[in-house]
Design a protein. Structure first.
Length: 356
């Protein structure tokens, strides 16, 4: 293995994998030394762009390299559990892209394997690492909102299906549609900001009227019929929490609405409120804090600098490996989110409230 002061990283997957490479570039104690992926041209281009010295077509060959301490798993959803378990078995620490797994059983296996092999397992919930989310979390921890009793979180797109007919729109490969792709981020963001209260019950509905008809493709994606679209393009859920609070979730890939590519969360507390609204992945003027100053209602808009979400995840991951700090986001949190997503889909499918 490598030095106790440097973590050598291999990235598996040349799609979203570039964000992980950029994230690790901000951490002086990490060094991305290898990249694996089936698309050889894409892998070679990415390796050249970021100066990654070694490339592999087969991720298993990467896992055999003794100098690699950790890996980022950035492959399609249905491979998350398989690749993560193989990496842990090979003695590697793992960051896995969201969603953690297609099922609760797979996610439980991943958490158990990491514990048995004493490996760090983190999940790339990068949106909670944004500066607006981090600032709101600090305000919550300082008591600025009091007790949070209600929250709304959503990620809504008007035209944003990531490739009709691709693996994203086939349930056997993706596990679901807009909910498992975008909604899982919002479930994580909201529950994390609220202090990770236990979920008590979920009532939900999902729809796929637009995507199934061929409408709603992302402007940069194309599709040729016939195609498979057996996932949701819109999902909504009402979640009751054990502490008495409630949470409303919305996620869409395609809607006839004013949405572009917008996400955020609203928190309602006994002492104040907070709202994050992000338009088209923007970073400016995205956070508002609501409260009273001198008995008068006051709105505060903190000035925040852009923070690369995957950078914070990578830095926390390296600190967990080298310094023994808790992984943030953790594998257990990833498992908890899979349980919520699974219950939302079950509620929608069975047309009833699901108790957890």
């Amino acid at each position: 293995m490598a030095s106790e002061t440097i973590v050598n990283v291999g990235v598996i997957g040349a799609g979203v994998g570039f964000l992980h490479i950029e994230g690790f570039a901000t951490e002086p104690r990490a060094n991305v030394v290898a990249l694996a992926g089936l698309d050889t041209d894409r892998v070679l281009a990415l390796a050249k762009k970021y100066g990654v010295p070694r490339t592999y077509a087969d991720y298993r060959e990467l896992l055999e390299q003794p100098d690699i301490d950790a890996v980022s798993v950035c492959v399609p959803n249905y491979l998350h559990a398989e690749v993560t378990l193989a990496a842990i078995e090979a003695g590697k620490h793992v960051i896995c892209e969201k969603p953690m797994a297609l099922s609760v059983a797979e996610a439980e296996q991943m958490v158990a394997a990491a514990a048995a092999h004493q490996r760090v397992l983190s999940i790339a919930f990068s949106q909670r690492s944004r500066n607006d989310c981090q600032a709101l979390k600090r305000h919550v921890l300082a008591g600025g909102l009091g007790d949070i009793y209600y929250a709304r979180a959503s990620w809504m797109r008007r035209l944003g299906i990531p490739g009709i007919g691709s693996w994203f729109t086939q349930k056997r490969f993706s596990g679901g549609g807009a909910l498992i792709d975008l909604g899982v981020h919002m479930v994580d963001m909201a529950l994390w900001l609220m202090g990770n209260p236990r979920v008590q019950s979920i009532s939900a509905a999902t729809y796929n009227h637009l995507g199934a008809s061929g409408y709603g493709n992302h402007p940069n994606r194309t599709s040729v019929p016939p195609f498979v679209f057996d996932v949701d393009d819109l999902a909504t859920a009402f979640i009751r929490l054990e502490n008495g609070a409630t949470l409303h979730i919305e996620a869409s890939w395609a809607t006839h609405s004013s949405a572009h590519d917008d996400f955020g969360v609203k928190l309602y507390g006994t002492r104040g409120g907070g709202e994050i609204f992000v338009h088209n992945y923007g970073y400016e003027d995205t956070l508002q804090i609501f409260g009273d100053i001198g008995g008068a209602p006051a709105d505060i808009r903190p000035r925040l600098q852009k923070l690369h979400g995957h950078a914070a995840v990578a830095q926390s991951f390296v600190a967990a490996i080298l310094d023994g700090k808790p992984a943030d986001p953790s594998g257990q949190e990833g498992l908890d989110r899979v349980r919520v997503i699974d219950a939302i889909y079950r509620s929608a499918s069975e047309g009833r409230e699901i108790l957890l």
